[in-house]
Design a protein around this ligand. Structure first.
Ligand code: FES
Length: 356
């Protein structure tokens, strides 16, 4: 640009040729500049620039897009609440699909599309479309440049008519404010708040210990020396919907140790004739511990090798686990079956922020 301008200074006046756009004040030299700047075409007003009724129509169209976006976001949230996850509907030509997925996709897509369509229509019909050309210049953030940027910004804000077209502005802000709610409601899929759910299990006073493999209530004599047995609370149906959620907390591991070999006094008090019941959920990140060594009474978690001493309150001997395995206090009922004396005294599984 600058070399082109420089060449003009040495050309005699009678050889200068007006450019296609005289209004921009540049000239080209006859026969010397085959790439003369054609300049900008004359500006043509749009119908909205000269007809306020047309501008109003455009304004209403833009507002309609933003309003539909808001309604679609409300529809997204309503769909999320209303449709069960397993409801299937037939939609031509897609066939049988999840009603929840279909409605979430449809409403969120519509909400985002309408914001985009409203913004495009607004820019094309209401914002200033006057062509502007600017010479290249060094990239420097001089104070004057910054002041010019701010001035341009203010000018742009003025030309966008945000202040004047209140209907457009308000509906746009409404649509932009509502659409993030779609993401917020999806946080519900992360599950219930953990506070009470993690602190309590199905174990309660009088609940029988049921063998995980045979489904039969356990007696102390069923737990043989040197082996592990696994139990769940009486009443927890393996075919029920919440089985996985509940067994993930209540899974129990039973071991029989000679009472004289039990080092921890509380463990001895909470056992029955040498039968000890511990949570099977590793206190590191929740794998099921299961590798038992009879001679040492150590049990190993296969995930990261945390090792617990079942004869000493399931204290951690090795590995990344931060706490002993919680012990369940047990006894026998009048029929001779093992039963819990309450819930675990502390949260089972990995440590979490409210663990005491
Ligand atoms: S989960 Fe058991 S050691 Fe990591």
């Amino acid at each position: 640009m600058s070399s082109e301008t420089g060449s003009h200074d040495n050309v005699p006046d009678d050889e200068k040729l007006p450019r296609a756009h005289e209004g921009h004040g540049e000239t080209a030299t006859r026969g010397e500049d085959p790439f003369a700047n054609p300049g900008l075409p004359p500006h043509e007003n749009r119908v909205q620039d000269v007809d306020e009724r047309a501008a109003k129509r455009s304004e209403r169209t833009v507002a309609l897009f933003f309003t539909v976006s808001m309604l679609a976001t409300v529809g997204f949230i309503a769909s999320y609440v209303a449709f069960p996850i397993d409801k299937i509907i037939h939609v031509w030509p897609l066939g049988d699909i999840s009603a929840l997925n279909f409605s979430l996709g449809l409403t969120l897509g519509l909400a985002l599309f309408c914001i985009g369509a409203g913004a495009v229509h607004w820019a094309r019909t209401l914002m200033s479309d006057v062509e502007i050309a600017d010479d290249r210049h060094p990239i420097e953030a001089e104070p004057e440049v910054r002041a010019k940027v701010m001035e341009d910004f203010r000018q742009g804000a003025k030309e966008s008519q945000l202040g004047r077209r209140k209907l457009v502005r308000n509906t746009m802000f409404g649509a932009m404010a509502l659409v993030p709610l779609s993401g917020v409601v999806l946080l519900r899929d992360l599950g219930p708040l953990p506070k009470d759910k993690l602190r309590h299990t199905l174990w309660a006073k009088g609940k029988l210990l049921v063998n995980e493999n045979t489904d039969e209530p356990l007696r102390p004599e069923d737990i043989t020396m040197g082996s592990l047995a696994f139990a769940r609370p009486e009443g927890l149906d393996p075919h029920s919907e919440d089985y996985n959620t509940e067994i993930a907390k209540a899974a129990l591991m039973l071991v029989r140790i000679e009472p004289d070999d039990i080092k921890d006094k509380q463990s001895l008090d909470w056992s029955y004739q040498g039968v000890l019941a511990y949570s099977k959920i590793c206190t590191h990140v929740g794998c099921p511990v299961s590798l038992y060594e009879q001679q040492t009474h150590h049990v190993l978690c296969p995930c990261h090798q945390s090792t617990f001493d079942l004869a000493d309150g399931a204290k951690v001997l090795f590995g990344p686990a931060g706490h002993p395995l919680p012990q369940l206090k047990i006894s026998v009922n009048k029929d001779g079956y093992l039963e819990a004396q309450g819930d675990f005294a502390e949260p089972v599984g990995p440590s979490f922020w409210e663990r005491g």
